[in-house]
Design a protein around this ligand. Structure first.
Ligand SMILES: [Zn+2]
Length: 289
């Protein structure tokens, strides 16, 4: 009786070793990422919105250097956890599918770009969205297991009986309704408790629009400005707001507030849709630190 038991034990430990090595490699064949000692910011290329008619932003075509809009996503990796910020325009499942609008996607899916640096959506601790419009929530449902950081007025609009404007018919964020959620009710929310990753209210574009400040040790502070602006030219014309704002007066006040904040802390303000700027940024797997 003893010999078969030993053989069975040997098989079991071999199987455990295989399982452990598969777990270490991860689902996507990448080694799991380790938490770094300082904050990192990764930028993902998630496509482009073609815009030949900037009238909805109250601009003539010849007033803007570039009319097309970049679409990017961002991962903040902090020693205490991870935060994904904005999730693209085309759901990963539709990238390369030929579906209507799928041509706006980047060359690679968000999931693929995350996997390259050792993350799966389920590994991401926090989800932050600048706002609920379709071009920021493409893959929001992928992060239903993350803790969602959202302002009450934004969440209320997202799940109101009447679907808010700027949302595609098939919403990509419906699963967030059941996510673990932190409701943000103050001007600032310090995500990891050490002042390096701060969500700041910048309402107006939508009821609970927000921006994200990331304090990078070497690069310095950066504000990911969501849709506080769409074009760099708007920074000099702050009272010229898009035609589709939830509340233009709020947007103008938020622009003044965030500009003053950027100046005070010496932060770069990154307009997420600024195509020239976004194309100039290092893309994941490279990162800012
Ligand atoms: Zn947008």
């Amino acid at each position: 009786m003893k010999k078969p038991i030993k053989r069975a034990a040997a098989v079991t430990s071999g199987a455990i070793a295989i399982i452990l090595s598969i777990a270490a490699i991860g689902v996507w064949g990448q080694t799991k990422a380790e938490q770094p000692k300082t904050v990192r910011l990764y930028v993902f290329d998630l496509g482009k919105l073609t815009n030949n008619n900037p009238a909805q932003y109250r601009f003539q075509k010849d007033e803007l250097a570039v009319t097309d809009l970049a679409v990017a996503g961002y991962l903040i990796v902090h020693p205490r956890g991870t935060l994904i910020w904005d999730t693209g325009v085309v759901p990963d499942s539709q990238v390369g599918s030929g579906a209507r609008g799928a041509n706006r996607a980047g060359k690679r899916t968000l999931k693929d770009q995350l996997a390259e640096i050792g993350y799966a959506p389920k590994d991401i601790n926090f989800l932050g969205l600048s706002h609920y419009h379709f071009d920021h929530t493409g893959n929001a449902n992928e992060f239903q297991d993350s803790t969602w950081l959202v302002r009450q007025e934004e969440r209320d609009a997202m799940f109101a009986e009447k679907q808010p404007p700027g949302v595609s018919v098939l919403t990509q964020y419906n699963l967030l309704k059941d996510s673990k959620t932190v409701i943000l009710d103050k001007d600032e929310y310090d995500v990891f408790g050490d002042g390096t990753v701060i969500l700041k209210a910048a309402v107006g574009h939508t009821p609970g629009h927000q921006v994200l400040m990331v304090k990078l040790a070497k690069f310095g502070p950066v504000i990911l400005a969501g849709d506080l602006y769409h074009y760099r030219e708007e920074r000099e014309l702050r009272d010229r707001t898009p035609t589709f704002e939830f509340n233009s007066e709020q947007t103008i006040a938020s622009r003044e507030k965030i500009e003053a904040y950027a100046k005070k802390i010496g932060a770069q303000l990154w307009i997420e849709h600024d195509l020239t700027h976004t194309e100039s940024l290092k893309k994941s797997p490279e990162y800012y630190e």
